[in-house]
Design a protein around this ligand. Structure first.
Ligand code: CAA
Length: 256
């Protein structure tokens, strides 16, 4: 990974969890396009998945790197973020895009489906933010963008676990935004609607077709639609935007 931008200043370092995923890869690409150095953190990946990621990010050379990290492991998050602080001067932008589904109606949901999801989608947020917040506050700059979901706003049949966690993501963002506002650290949420990703492709086709029919824009979101919102909220001059939830859902759920 290169460590400076073209004007000689240290390019800001972005850490993207779920960085090899459907949304994460495009977020990495757009952040690199915006001049950031990017570390895509994800579970240890198969060679095929890593090759697909390298191909998708090939145009960005050394600006995008990859590290294995399980967001549900507090010590692993602290270790990687500590190393990035020592080796690269600190994580300036944190994007929490790691997330899983464990869909089942509540009467069929097992405790394992509940707890696995909470460990990734909510504990993961605590683990990564806990590790970056001190350094960002000390340096007087930070951008944290947490990926929630339209289903955290509306609730979805079969997703009591996911909807609860995703609503929790924005509660977390608002609380942390208050704690860090005076330190130059903003904390915001992006709430994607249904996007063209493997997660949504796993929804039964008939249900997916009904959902797409209810999207006013008339199509699934593209990862680029979401990455654009993340890049906007993580810009250096976005310092007055904090505690915001930015829905990007093609009009699927409109609200104040
Ligand atoms: N609304 C109302 N009723 C529904 C329903 C719905 N959406 N889905 C099923 N039902 C009804 C069925 O008609 C059936 O009724 P009867 O008992 O009267 O026959 C009953 O509920 C079936 O209940 P089950 O608990 O047996 O449901 P199931 O096991 O068949 O399926 C499910 C449950 C697997 C969760 C399935 O509904 C499903 O896959 N839903 C899609 C969930 C979804 O949208 N996930 C999003 C994943 S992508 C994502 O999360 C990304 C993002 O951020 C947007």
């Amino acid at each position: 990974m290169t460590s400076s931008s073209t004007n000689g200043a240290r390019a800001r370092l972005a850490l993207v969890t779920g960085g090899l995923g459907g949304l994460g890869t495009e977020i990495c690409r757009q952040l690199a396009q915006a001049g950031r150095r990017v570390v895509a953190a994800d579970l240890p990946a198969s060679e095929a998945r890593l090759t697909a990621f390298r191909e998708a990010t090939a145009g960005f050379g050394e600006a995008i790197g990859h590290e294995a990290m399980d967001v549900s492991d507090h010590e692993a998050c602290a270790a990687l973020i500590g190393r990035l602080e020592r080796e690269h001067g600190g994580v300036d932008i944190l994007v929490n895009a790691a997330g899983i589904t464990r869909d089942a109606s509540l009467r069929k949901m097992t405790p394992a489906q509940w707890h696995e999801l909470m460990r990734v989608n909510l504990d993961g947020l605590f683990n990564t933010c806990h590790a970056v917040v001190e350094g960002m506050s000390t340096r007087g700059f930070g951008r944290i963008v947490n990926i929630s979901s339209v289903n955290g706003q509306t609730g979805q049949f079969g997703q009591t676990n996911y909807s609860a966690a995703k609503a929790g993501v924005h509660g977390f963002s608002m609380a942390l935004a208050r704690e860090t506002a005076r330190k130059g650290v903003t904390v915001n949420t992006v709430s994607p609607g249904y996007c063209d990703t493997p997660m949504v492709a796993a929804v039964p086709a008939e249900i997916r077709a009904q959902i797409v029919a209810g999207i006013p824009v008339g199509r699934l979101g593209q990862p680029a639609d979401i990455a654009r919102a993340v890049t906007f909220l993580s810009a250096d001059d976005a310092g007055y935007l904090t505690g915001v939830n930015l829905p990007v859902n093609g009009g699927y759920f409109m609200s104040f």
